[in-house]
Design a protein around this ligand. Structure first.
Ligand code: TYM
Length: 323
């Protein structure tokens, strides 16, 4: 069985990415799994090329510092020819309506309007399907927000297989039991997001301990002073309980009983997070201090991933009557 998942360098990795995705990849990963930095996905809205390159490197370091084996990582754009080719086959398998109804497209094109939005924003889930199908992934461990995209990859794999012949594994999304959707601390109605315009409610994996304490202290709570886990009525408190529960390996209801006040709970959340993030932060920084080593891991990862996907791409091209 192969697991595969990716993270987009549209910003720095945050606690939602870490607790909802990266930590799980590291803990549950097995030989043959693949985890990658999806830098091509960061080009669907305005971006700075140098910053993109630096963030891709930073995220690669964070994946390894989090415990993912160096022989399981790669950077997506190192396979741009293979993934680009497969994306075209899959775009010609995907209906416009299927792409246009994706929640992320509707949300992210909202500010620009659909006409001004880049075509890449519309077809980005198809690029994601190409990532998954190229490598023959059976399972795709993601947070809640990516489930819909994995559903699209399933639909495209099935359609391609039934139209042209069996070549793709039909993947399935696996979401975590805890921390599937960590919310913004300043606005718990929204998910924590790398590209949030205001970072006050976003804790980054590389934030210094004092910064973590400050952001948690300022987290919005719900003013009811009842320390119970009620996500619908008290989303701010529920978010803190979920974060603490994910750090301690308990359920949010269990941790809710242990604290007499919001202040004591916030102190506990901050200290648990600081301890959880400490090795990841120091590990990332030390990997970034040795760029040659990191580049070597990257180059080897690209060769491995390219070789693994090659036969599937060639079969798909042949069955589709091209190449
Ligand atoms: P991205 O970079 O937005 O997120 C990376 C992973 O983190 C999860 N995540 C969260 N989990 C809990 N709470 C949150 N607030 C939160 N925010 C993000 C995401 O669900 C994801 O698992 N398109 C993908 C990257 C990608 C990919 C793929 C994933 C590209 N190709 C192929 C799987 C398979 C993305 O932008 O994730």
């Amino acid at each position: 069985m192969t697991r595969l998942s990716g993270i987009t360098p549209s910003g720095h990795a945050h606690v939602g990415n870490y607790l909802g995705a990266i930590r799980r990849w590291a803990r549950e990963g097995a030989q043959g799994d693949l985890y990658f930095v999806s830098d091509l996905h960061a080009m669907t809205t305005a971006y700075h090329p140098q910053r993109l390159r630096a963030r891709a490197r930073e995220l690669l370091a964070t994946l390894i510092a989090s415990g993912i084996e160096p022989n399981q990582v790669f950077v997506q754009s190192d396979l741009i020819r293979e993934i680009g080719a497969l994306t075209w086959l899959l775009e010609c398998t995907c209906a416009y309506g299927e792409a246009a109804r994706m929640t992320q497209f509707k949300e992210k094109s909202g500010t620009d309007g659909k006409i001004a939005a880049r075509v890449g924003l519309l077809t980005y889930p198809v690029l994601m399907a190409a990532d998954i199908l190229l490598q023959g992934a059976d399972e795709v461990p993601v947070g809640d927000d990516q489930e819909q995209h994995v559903e699209l990859a399933r639909a495209l794999a099935r359609r391609f297989n039934s139209t042209h012949g069996e070549v793709f594994t039909v993947p399935r999304a696996v979401t975590p039991r805890a921390a599937a959707r960590v919310r913004d601390l300043a606005d718990p109605t929204r998910k924590m997001d790398k590209s949030a315009t205001d970072a006050a409610g976003v804790i980054f994996v590389l934030d210094e301990p004092d910064m973590v304490r400050r952001k948690i202290k300022r987290a919005v709570t719900d003013g009811l002073e009842r320390l119970e886990y009620r996500p619908d009525d008290q989303p701010g408190l529920a978010n803190l309980l979920e974060i603490l529960a994910a750090c301690l390996g308990k359920s949010p209801r269990e941790v809710a009983d242990g604290y007499p006040s919001y202040d004591s709970l916030k102190d506990a959340v901050a200290e648990a997070l600081i301890e959880e993030l400490r090795p990841i932060r120091t590990g990332t920084l030390s990997l970034l201090a040795d760029i040659d080593h990191l580049d070597k891991i990257r180059a080897e990862g690209a060769i491995r991933a390219r070789e693994r996907g090659q036969h599937r791409l060639e079969s798909a091209l042949r069955l589709a009557g091209v190449g």
